[in-house]
Write a protein that binds this ligand. Structure first.
Ligand code: 3PG
Length: 306
């Protein structure tokens, strides 16, 4: 009997686990759970005899892959897979998949929650600003970016996007304005919401030049990855420009330094963009179904490694 492990340091909602269990057991497989683990050794022990693993932001590196002798597939229940060593997975003959789009609305809603929070001065009771009529820059128009665009219409925002990969038909159908360069996005928009993945090309790519070019007052919202920010440069530009606010769902490495910008900086205590019952159900069940389809039919549609 195939063994499927759910390894989530940050657990899914119980309703999602129930759904995953139904899919896995419905296929005649066994479900094993490792939740809220605090030590890598617990993960190394748990993967020892499993055929598949469902993870979230949990790190799957060479050590984990080497310890998982029977492993055939890892599914990241979510979008970003920068937590998985893809080359090592390929070397171990392990298929890696993600579940694109399944948690996108949850992340987009949080981006707006954070935008309103920042515009209303972190709810400190002083007079703030509104989103209506402001220029919103969506930095990457994938599944999350498109949901941000959809919600922004309801707020009455003027929507700009920067994304080289989105087909023009989608841009036209959504009625958003595409700019040709990332520089133009930042120098045009009052609010920029970041939705790029962390890759060697994007890491530390958002710094003083981009954020410093934003009109005053500027608001930067990051529900993507901390690695895409050039933290020393952002600290520098925030020190030079008291109008800049930065709100993030991914606490920076230099948290203490950012926290000194009282009233202009906010970070969630733990990444929670995708932490809703709905997103957990969507992504968790999609992951379980992809595993069953992989074993039963050889379906590798959402494979992300070579
Ligand atoms: C993603 O890449 O899907 C999001 O960042 C959510 O990550 P999480 O599953 O760790 O909440």
């Amino acid at each position: 009997m195939k063994k499927i492990l759910v390894a989530t340091e940050k657990p899914f909602a119980a309703v999602a686990v129930k759904g995953i269990k139904e899919v896995v057991e419905g296929a005649g497989y066994e479900l094993c759970m490792l939740e809220k683990y605090s030590d890598k050794q617990q993960l190394l022990d748990a993967v020892a005899d499993v055929d598949a693993v469902i993870i979230r932001s949990d790190k799957v590196d060479e050590d984990v892959l080497a310890a998982a002798k029977n492993l055939k597939i890892v599914v990241r229940a979510g979008a970003g897979y920068d937590n998985v060593d893809l080359a090592a997975a390929t070397a171990h003959n392990v298929c890696v998949m993600n579940t694109p789009g399944q948690n996108a609305n949850a992340v987009a809603e949080l981006a707006f929650g954070m935008m309103v929070y920042a515009c209303r001065n972190m709810y400190n009771g002083t007079s703030g600003t509104e989103l209506k009529g402001k220029k919103l820059g969506i930095h990457a128009y994938g599944n999350v970016g498109r949901n941000v665009g959809r919600i922004a219409k309801g707020f009455g925002m003027d929507i700009y996007i920067y994304d080289c990969y989105t087909p023009q038909e989608i841009v036209d159908a959504d009625g958003v304005k595409r700019v040709d360069t990332v520089e133009e996005l930042y120098s045009t928009c009052d609010v920029v919401s970041i939705h790029i993945p962390a890759t060697p090309e994007t890491k530390h790519s958002i710094g003083a030049a981009l954020v410093g070019s934003m009109p005053k007052p500027a608001l930067l919202v990051n529900t993507a990855r901390k690695e895409v920010i050039n933290e020393p440069e952002l600290l520098e530009v925030m020190a030079a420009r008291p109008d800049i606010k930065y709100v993030t769902d991914v606490a920076p490495d230099a948290l203490d330094e950012f926290a000194k910008f009282e009233g202009r900086f906010f970070a969630t205590p733990k990444k929670m963009g995708a932490q809703t019952a709905e997103a957990n159900v969507n992504a968790g069940i999609a992951a379980a179904k992809q595993i069953v389809d992989f074993f039963e039919n050889g379906n590798e549609r959402f494979r992300v490694n070579k």
